[in-house]
Write a protein that binds this ligand. Structure first.
Ligand code: NAD
Length: 276
């Protein structure tokens, strides 16, 4: 239903996980897809799924020189840019109390979660504007920008920064007819996050109770949101967040009980809904 023939879409980190799911979905919808991927093996692997006119570049989006070279190449080879999906982001396996974060941790988390988004977006805006009204920027944030997460304070703070960036940039680019939105996913199966492996088998029966819609996310879920936000169906949607979370943020600590009821306590009580 959603058609992107004739449009060029740049996806950062499109070699794996959510980014790969988004890149492949845009290619299937007819777009010419550009992928910026730091990992050469992943870049090669995704190329075959994107069609012959795809541009897959081994690029580190944290490096301003590489980013500029990529955008120059997109201008030269594609002549236009309609959609930018800022997908790169990573908690870098840093899970510890805030006070134990080193200066290097702070820099690394800033570089990969927010600073690169500034670099890529700043470099892409001239070509987006030159392409004309109708453009779209989609930033990938996280549910952790909208609720607290222990031991990931810095990651979640930079992701909350992505929300501020999204809202304010939407105002800057509104007059040019370029929309800016974000997607905030809950746990989604990817290279970085592997609930199917991480959750021990003996607990998996609980998954349908943790998330109101009964499962974790898949890259295809994010792809559906990205296609919608980039399409004309979302032509009056800007500066906002699409909460891609199976209802987890709405539930905010409410879980199904084994008998089909609900509880907001860490143990199931016998007093019905919310009973303590
Ligand atoms: N998977 C989840 O549960 C989840 C939940 C919420 C938010 N997110 C966000 O979604 C986005 C994608 O996450 P994912 O789980 O699919 O990650 P992933 O690690 O599985 O995939 C990310 C891709 O980006 C590439 N990449 C990393 N650094 C790069 C760089 N500097 N330059 C170019 N490419 C780079 C990686 O090689 C990889 O191919 C991130 O912003 C992440 O914070 C993920």
């Amino acid at each position: 239903m959603i058609e992107f023939a004739g449009r060029t879409v740049l996806v950062t980190g499109g070699g794996a996980g959510i980014g790969r799911g988004i890149a492949v979905a845009f290619a299937r919808a007819g777009a010419r897809v550009v992928v910026a991927e730091i990992d050469r093996t992943r870049a090669e692997a995704v190329r075959a799924s994107l069609g012959p006119d795809a541009l897959v570049s081994v690029t580190d989006v944290r490096d301003a020189t590489q980013v500029k070279a990529l955008l120059d190449e997109v201008a030269r080879k594609c002549g236009r840019l309609d959609v930018l999906v800022n997908n790169v982001g990573d908690f870098l396996g840093i899970v510890k109390p805030f006070e134990q974060h080193t200066d290097e941790d702070l820099e690394a988390l800033y570089d990969v979660n927010l600073r690169q988004m500034f670099l890529v977006t700043r470099a892409a805006i001239p070509l987006l504007k030159k392409t004309g009204p109708g453009g779209s920027i989609i930033n990938i944030s996280t549910i952790e920008a909208f609720r607290g997460i222990p031991m990931n304070v810095v990651y979640s703070a930079f992701k909350a920064g992505v929300s501020g960036f999204t809202r304010s940039l939407a105002l800057d680019l509104g007059p040019a007819g370029i929309r800016v939105n974000e997607i905030a996913p809950e746990t989604t199966e990817s290279e970085q996050v592997k609930p199917a492996e991480w959750i021990p088998a003996r607990y998996r029966e609980h998954i349908p109770r943790w998330i109101p819609l009964g499962r974790f996310g898949q890259p295809a879920d994010a792809a559906g949101c990205a296609l919608f936000l980039a399409s004309d169906l979302a032509g009056w949607v800007t500066g906002t967040t699409l909460h891609l979370d199976g209802g987890a943020l709405a539930a905010a600590g409410w879980y199904r009980t084994p008998d089909g009821g609900w509880t907001n306590t860490p143990v199931v009580t016998d007093r019905g809904i919310g009973g303590v």
